[in-house]
Design a protein around this ligand. Structure first.
Ligand code: GLY
Length: 469
């Protein structure tokens, strides 16, 4: 089967690699020349993946039998609808359902209206004066989220991005004055994790849980990024995540899918839940309507036991064979190599990196290309974003991380990488943080648990809800 992969980043390279392992042909449409995708693809087109008519035209010309859309922007622009209207089976929700990611206001309002469990308290100010009125109920512990797509970079969190609540208020007001809508959310304590699922007409089929490292610098410092790396555990849980909590997270995703369907929006694609495991159980921080980047790279690396092309065809067709939902029982660690200035610290594109891919593979590590362009044999040049994902596999997470560290010995040039990702010390720190949150009594009755809402006007605040998942 010939697939069109829409998008040119590392996530799309990982999707294409999984398709190629299944013997499928890959055609690619992207605005950039990703060296990994270009060498793997049987056909390629350069174009704007967010323009529906252009994507359909390329899909027809390239003779594809199905399409899988990697990034959020084409989904938000209705590319999946256009492909389906052209009778090309497509993995990815339509524009209506993509609002779960493209509008945080829509998402929170919908999930509250449909009583989806696991939502943090939130409020939706519509004027700077309302920011001042609503914020005091959060007692300084809040997160400011602009409404639209921001590639993970628009969210500001008390304690990390600002220490004085007035700074957070100023940011929220500035966004409103620029014409953006804003979500104010309570800041909770816990560990973040992601659960992605294949969503069909017939159900929600979860993938292994992953933990992403969103901050630019070691120790979870610096600016929010799209994600500097991620790990997954051999049993598909996480060092701090039990089966029961993973199942609660999946139940929340199922409720989200039921909520969007109840709005008359079908969903055939990938749904990503970004969660925080709190002392009271998982809370939903965000929904994305696509594979996470880098989280998708972790799980796609593990997908070798079934036929990925057949699985995606099932998703596009509305029903998958459960026998195809098989991920290997291995731990993974992804570390992104980025330009030294990535994450708002100056620097930028153009730096040359040389790498010995055969030697890296010999370390049990795979190379996935993101924002780089080819620069001769064994060399690439950084773009402005995350450049090269190195994916280590092993039976334990820290061993997978160590493999990536060894593989770095076969890479030369100026780059930045978070060495603490998937290190034994970092994993222990996370386990310990969760243990501290769960000191006896702190989680006496996880379910059901009432979450009090802020004292906010009914017109602008999220309603309190019950965690029943
Ligand atoms: N790594 C977070 C995301 O893909 O949105």
């Amino acid at each position: 089967m010939r697939w069109l992969v829409v998008g040119g980043g590392a996530r799309e390279h990982a999707i294409a690699l999984a398709l190629a392992r299944a013997g499928a042909e890959v055609a690619v449409l992207s605005s950039n020349a990703n060296p990994g995708l270009d060498r793997l693809a049987v056909a390629r087109a350069r174009g704007d993946p967010t323009v529906p008519s252009e994507v359909v035209e390329h899909a027809r010309r390239l003779g594809v039998e199905g399409a899988v859309i990697g990034p959020e922007a084409p989904l938000a622009r209705g590319v999946a609808d256009a492909l389906r209207a052209a009778e090309i089976p497509t993995v990815g929700p339509g524009q209506g359902a993509a609002r779960l990611e493209s509008s945080k206001v829509y998402c929170r309002e919908l999930l509250a209206r449909r009583s989806v469990p696991g939502q943090p308290r939130f409020a939706l100010p519509s004027t700077p004066e309302e920011v001042d009125r609503l914020l005091p109920s959060f007692e300084g512990r809040f997160v400011v989220k602009p409404d639209g797509l921001t590639a993970g970079k628009g969210v500001r969190v008390a304690g990390s991005d600002f220490t004085d609540p007035r700074e957070g208020a100023t940011y929220a007001k500035a966004l409103l004055l620029q014409g953006s809508r804003v979500v104010l959310e309570e800041k909770l304590d816990g560990e973040e994790f992601s659960v992605m699922a294949f969503v069909t007409d017939a159900g929600v089929h979860p993938m292994p849980a992953v933990q992403d490292y969103k901050r630019a610098l070691e120790g979870d410092l610096g600016a929010n990024t799209g994600g500097m790396g991620a790990y997954s555990q051999r049993d598909h849980l996480l060092p701090f995540l039990s089966t029961a909590d993973r199942d609660r997270a999946v139940a929340i995703l199922e409720a989200c899918v039921a909520a969007i369907r109840a709005e008359g929006q079908p969903y055939r694609g990938i749904l990503y839940g970004g969660f925080l495991l709190t002392a009271q159980g998982p809370r939903l921080l965000e929904l994305n309507v696509r594979f996470g980047d880098p989280e998708g790279i972790n799980v796609l690396t593990l997908y070798e036991e079934g036929d990925f092309s057949e699985l995606l065809a099932g998703v596009a067709g509305g029903r998958v064979d459960p026998n195809l939902l098989r991920f290997r029982l291995r731990a993974t660690a992804v570390k992104y190599l980025v330009p030294p200035g990535y994450g708002g610290r100056g620097g930028g594109a153009g730096g040359l990196v040389t790498l010995d891919e055969a030697a890296i593979e010999a370390e049990g590590v795979h190379v996935v290309f993101g924002s780089v362009e080819a620069a001769g044999p064994g060399a690439v040049r950084f773009g402005t974003s995350r450049g090269i994902a190195l994916v280590g596999e092993a039976s334990a997470i820290h061993e997978a991380g160590t493999r990536v560290e060894h593989a770095l010995g076969h890479v030369a040039g100026a780059y930045y990488v978070r060495h603490d990702i998937a290190s034994a010390a970092d994993l222990e720190r996370r386990r310990e943080r969760m243990r501290q949150l769960l000191v006896p009594g702190a989680r006496a009755s996880p379910l059901p648990l009432s979450v009090a809402g802020p004292a906010a006007p009914p017109s602008s605040a999220g309603s309190p809800e019950q965690l029943t998942g």
